[in-house]
Design a protein around this ligand. Structure first.
Ligand code: SF4
Length: 459
């Protein structure tokens, strides 16, 4: 149905789909109105990626802006025992029951609440009604039984609004998994609270941090949110003093607001060992740009961000791509050599660095990455042995063979710093390739109340 609809200039929410658009891939998504699984596609128009879905039950079409540039999928056919999503048109929503080999997933993200102690204008949760339930602790404990030695990301809303967050962290620790807390840092500015979370098992924390001025938070998150900067700085001070919690920045970059902050963030990380990674993301509001007073001109493409990061680090513009190619070659090599490789951690857009002589140095130079890719493609074992980093990468791969995600711990112990550039898209607007392995987005979102709130509000 959608295939015939797309090229035919039909109206989708009052907008025209122009015939010269290029479809990037077909798949399934969720109908924002009736919440059923419906056919969809991601396509490129005027240099921007959009998701497009058509619901035959409601006879409605939906379109959402995803990103500047091409928002594609990695081209690697994953082994059959990697997690696979199986969406059937007409079913209600996506749940873990739709994922085959759920326990082989590399990262499980639990949306534990939709409440937040901030009110950022770029946040879709702010526009949602208040009646949403939190994910019950018993539900979390029940789901944790699927996983062992996996990264369990605690996501919101803002997880620190939950009084039982220490209990959640404890449950994750006792289940044999590794907790990663994703937070805005407001509550982390309270010293005693951070100490309590640490006692409950917190070792990894993702802090949303957009740069070093109050103005950035005023422009990006709203005039009433300028205070966030002061509290985030206090949170960083606390994290530095507390020791033993590895922090990664989650930075939303917006053209004209904070796209000049890339070198400053990298320098801060260089000078502060407790920061062991940065994830740069373009703003992605999926159709809600106007609510936030933004336009598509504010969006940066992944390529533009990679080039800013490469400039700041003095790396070749090809560097990110070279890592992606080497990782795909490694995945294909491992798949070929050990057909029972159990889970993917080959996220594209991630590079690894070492702190050396007051600078970040690439873990592997560009030429070495190319050699590595060639050796993997040629299955040249002797060629591969020259790469010293195979010690830690080998351990990560071994963990994968056994279905464990050891990446965080190993990188941390080896003092390796990672920078990733990727897009965060909400499941409701994502289009999943039908019945495809989850090889290129190796995590799943678990929600306690997916169908209880009005998702129309965000589309
Ligand atoms: S801190 Fe995060 S969850 Fe809270 S309002 Fe801002 S963007 Fe939304």
């Amino acid at each position: 149905m959608l295939k015939t609809l797309l090229p035919s200039n039909d109206t989708m929410q009052g907008k025209h789909i122009v015939p010269q658009e290029r479809v990037l891939f077909w798949g399934n998504g969720i109908c924002p109105s009736c919440k059923r699984v419906i056919p969809g596609a991601v396509f490129l128009r005027d240099g921007y990626s959009f998701s497009s879905k058509y619901c035959s039950y409601e006879n409605k079409a939906f379109e959402a802006l995803l990103a500047k540039g091409e928002c594609g999928k990695a081209s690697f056919k994953a082994p059959g025992h990697w997690p696979t999503i199986n969406l059937k048109e007409g079913n209600y929503g996506i749940s873990d029951c739709d994922v085959r080999n759920l326990s082989n997933i590399a990262v499980a993200t639990f949306h534990v609440t939709y409440q937040c102690n901030a009110k950022c204008k770029i946040c879709k949760y702010v526009y949602l009604p208040d009646c949403r339930k939190e994910m019950p602790l018993d539900f979390i404990k029940g789901k944790l039984r699927f996983f062992r030695k996996k990264i369990v990301a605690i996501f919101g809303g803002e997880p620190t609004t939950r009084g039982d967050l220490p209990g959640i962290l404890n449950a994750i620790r006792h289940s044999g998994n590794i907790a990663l807390l994703c937070t805005n840092g407001i509550k982390i500015s309270e010293t005693g609270y951070l100490a309590l979370l640490k006692r409950s098992g917190l070792r990894y924390l993702d802090l949303s941090f957009d740069g070093f001025s109050e103005d950035i938070y005023g422009k990006l998150r709203g005039e009433t949110e300028r205070y966030q900067y002061r509290l985030k700085l206090k949170a960083l001070e606390n994290l530095k003093k507390e020791k033993g919690i590895a922090v990664s920045f989650n930075t939303t970059l917006v053209r004209g607001i904070n796209d000049d902050q890339v070198p400053l963030l990298i320098n801060y990380a260089l000078e502060n060992n407790f920061v062991n990674g940065i994830s740069f993301r373009p703003l992605c509001l999926q159709g809600a740009e106007e609510f936030a007073g933004m336009t598509r001109d504010n969006l940066l493409s992944l390529d533009e961000i990679r080039s800013k990061v490469s400039d700041a680090l003095g790396l070749s513009p090809e560097y990110f791509e070279a890592w992606d190619k080497a990782k795909l070659a490694a995945a294909a090599f491992l798949k070929d050599k050990c057909g029972w490789l159990r889970g993917p951690v080959f996220l594209p857009g991630k590079v690894y660095l070492l702190r050396r002589g007051g600078k970040f140095k690439p873990l592997l130079e560009l030429a070495a990455l190319k050699e590595l890719e060639t050796a993997l493609k040629n299955k040249n074992i002797r060629g591969l042995l020259q790469f010293k980093f195979l010690g830690w990468y080998g351990k990560i791969a071994l963990g994968l063979l056994l279905g464990k995600n050891l990446e965080f711990g190993i990188l941390r112990r080896s003092g390796i710093f990672k920078i990733s550039v990727s897009l965060l898209v909400d499941a409701i607007n994502e289009v999943y390739p039908s019945c495809q392995p989850l090889g290129d987005f190796n995590y799943i979102l678990l929600r306690g109340d997916t169908y209880n709130f009005d998702l129309n509000a965000i589309t």
